[in-house]
Design a protein around this ligand. Structure first.
Ligand SMILES: [Zn+2]
Ligand SMILES: [Zn+2]
Length: 130
């Protein structure tokens, strides 16, 4: 079995969310998402309510929990998930307009991409956590 970082999902197991998680784990294969009550250090809470006024997501480093609004669009929810997971592992905002760590990433509805620098930092951090 490949080693992966277990992320527990709290939220409605909707079709939209499942396809967003599938795309997120295509982009970062080290991530494994679970709806079940597995023992996981990392949590992703997906809901319809805005966790912060005007924000589509936020992360809570001490709790290792990322909060994401269930955004509409083909790829926006996976972009938001990957963005908050990136913050969870210490990534900052990226100047590259095509990278999911760009500040305006969630306004975009294109397939989520991580620039080379963000991808390698995220992989290093995940490898350290597994
Ligand atoms: Zn951000
Ligand atoms: Zn980047």
């Amino acid at each position: 079995m490949r080693r992966c970082l277990r992320v527990r999902i709290k939220g409605n197991c909707s079709e939209k969310l499942i396809s967003a998680l599938k795309i997120a784990s295509e982009v970062v294969p080290e991530l494994c998402f679970f709806f079940s009550d597995i023992n996981s250090e990392y949590e992703l809470v997906v809901g319809k309510e805005e966790p912060l006024k005007g924000a589509s997501g936020l992360f809570d480093i001490p709790r290792k929990t990322a909060y994401v609004v269930e955004l509409d669009g083909k790829y926006r929810l996976s972009r938001a998930i990957l963005h908050e997971i990136g913050h969870m592992f210490g990534l900052s905002h990226c100047k590259n307009r095509n990278c999911v760590m760009n500040e305006l990433s969630c306004l975009d509805d294109s397939y989520p991409e991580l620039c080379h620098a963000c991808r390698s930092t995220l992989r290093e951090e995940i490898a350290r956590s597994i």
